[in-house]
Design a protein. Structure first.
Length: 120
């Protein structure tokens, strides 16, 4: 490969292909201030899972949005090393268009957020 973009998944995402598309994970260190995970998506994605890991104490509930609407929230991470998973993902907002964004923030403290997505 001539660059570092990796596997696009485009050949696998065509209609009628029963193989699906490769998932990928986005990572962001979150704080109480909202931060953009991705500011300008290169392609349309669907969020399929999300989890947060508290670092250095509790990070509370972590919220993932498309900049306006809540896509998912994690269970509260009450202490250092806790992992909170999304127990619900809003199917109205879980698809984010090309050019869209994903933003995240925590209720308190800091943590690491991981978002599992597929290209659609």
């Amino acid at each position: 490969m001539a660059d570092n973009r990796g596997i696009s998944g485009r050949p696998l995402a065509r209609k009628g292909n029963k193989l699906g598309t490769p998932p990928f994970v986005l990572h962001l260190s979150v704080t109480t201030s909202s931060a953009n995970l991705v500011d300008n998506l290169d392609f349309k994605v669907r969020v399929v899972d999300m989890w947060a890991n508290a670092t250095g104490g509790a990070c509370g509930v972590v919220t993932l949005t498309d900049g306006t609407n809540t896509i998912a929230t994690t269970a509260a991470c009450a202490g250092d090393k806790d992992i909170g998973r999304a127990d619900e993902i809003d199917d109205v907002y879980y698809e984010v268009s090309k050019g869209g964004k994903l933003a995240a923030s925590s209720a308190s403290g800091t943590g690491e957020l991981y978002v599992l997505c597929v290209r659609i």
